[in-house]
Design a protein around this ligand. Structure first.
Ligand code: PHB
Length: 388
């Protein structure tokens, strides 16, 4: 009896000893906080698919480590965001938070990440503040700031399309408001004038009264920020109201990305600006699109690209420290100096940890957002308020 106990104790000690000898476990715990329900559900899924595709191409690992996933459906609900982020950080003890889509939710994630010094990689939400006043060494973004595609669209609408007046329409929350602000900045800098700013609560789709107001205002152009399910409905309603034939509709590319099959002919010919386009035709993109379609039986979109790049950025950090997560400063340096071979084209991070990237002008042709040209070359977010 005594012998058995001793042997058991020795075995336990050995097991504990070997665990202690390997503080850098061969696993990295990744917390995915994304919308899997609601108007942005498809966006969350595309981000996760992209992330998994990058792993699949690298032997199912990231920087030599296996990945353990913890997932939360954030429902794009800012009211639940702190609690949801805390589930991943405090309960599951993740090494890295990856998320999310909604700008209001990401602000809470950034706060939780800051308070706990947890690494955060944002694969969509454009909230300017995340790489502005809230910027920090542990906070990275692989997508865009709300300002980036919006500003580029404003310049195109005034300078290239020669519009003088515009009405804007969006959901009333950070992403929509910042997108409109960015558009206005570009449009008015080139001589245009935003004559009316319309909005409705997120994620509402009761557009009729607002469309009537656009019709009576008769601007030269309309700029809209909507995405996911809401973008499908808006573009169809805009067409059905008869406005499409009279007043051209523009937006950041979210208005027509991942939505074209559902929008059908209502989106035909629309011009949008974004850091991705269909048929970019670079080698990374060609192979990414083939592999994505084969694996998920879906066409990839900008959200899938951003998820793919989130995995790629994390791998760059892990590779720099040979998987040792305790070497945080070196890991951050590895991420900061990464050159990402993205389907969107090669990009690097600004000092504020936001992508410096080409913003493309795209035109809807069938089920594709076809490349027209580069609207803004290597555009960096101004990162107003970031001190790092
Ligand atoms: C955002 O809330 O920042 C947001 C959401 C969906 C998009 C783009 C931005 O497609």
């Amino acid at each position: 009896m005594k012998r058995i106990t001793l042997v058991a104790a020795a075995t336990l000690a050995l097991a504990a000893g070997s665990a202690l000898a390997q503080p850098a476990a061969d696993k990295v715990k990744v917390g995915l906080m994304l919308p899997y329900s609601g108007t942005y559900a498809a966006l969350g899924t595309a981000i996760e698919n992209g992330f998994r595709l990058y792993m699949q191409e690298n032997g199912g690992k990231l920087g030599g480590k296996t990945v353990e996933f913890f997932k939360v459906d954030d429902e794009s609900d800012p009211a639940k965001a702190v609690e949801n982020a805390n589930k991943l950080v405090k309960r599951d003890n993740v090494d890295v938070l990856v998320g999310t889509v909604h700008s209001g939710v990401v602000m809470a994630m950034a706060k939780v990440a800051k308070d706990n010094n947890t690494l955060l990689i944002v694969p969509n939400a454009g909230a300017d503040a995340v790489t502005g006043p809230m910027c920090g060494p542990n906070i990275f973004r692989t997508s865009f700031s709300n300002w980036q595609p919006a500003y580029a669209m404003g310049v195109v609408a005034a300078e290239q399309q020669k519009h003088k007046t515009a009405v804007t329409i969006t959901w009333k929350y950070a992403a929509g408001e910042e997108s409109v602000k960015g558009f206005k900045e570009g449009f008015e800098a080139k001589g245009g004038k935003v004559v009316k700013e319309l909005n409705l609560p997120f994620p509402g789709v009761e557009f009729q009264a607002l469309l009537t107001e656009i019709a009576s205002t008769r601007p030269d152009a309309v700029y809209a920020f909507f995405a996911g399910g809401g973008a499908v409905k808006f573009v169809k309603d805009y067409d059905a109201s008869g406005l499409k034939a009279r007043i051209p509709l523009y937006g950041p590319g979210f208005l027509t990305d991942g939505t074209l099959e559902a929008q059908g002919s209502s989106a035909a010919g629309m011009l949008t600006t974004l850091h991705y386009a269909d048929e970019l035709n670079n080698p990374v993109d060609r192979q990414f699109r083939l592999a994505y379609a084969k694996t998920f039986k879906l066409q990839p979109d900008v959200y899938a690209v951003q998820g793919y790049d989130a995995a790629q950025l994390l791998a760059a950090g892990l590779n720099a420290v040979k998987g040792d997560l305790s070497k945080r400063d070196a890991l951050v340096k590895g991420m900061e100096s990464a050159r990402l071979n993205s389907p969107r084209g090669t990009w690097t991070l600004s000092k504020a940890h936001n992508p410096v990237q080409d913003i493309y002008l795209r035109k809807v042709d069938g089920n594709a957002n076809k490349l027209v040209g580069v609207a803004a070359k290597q555009l960096a977010d101004p990162a107003r308020g970031c001190r790092m």
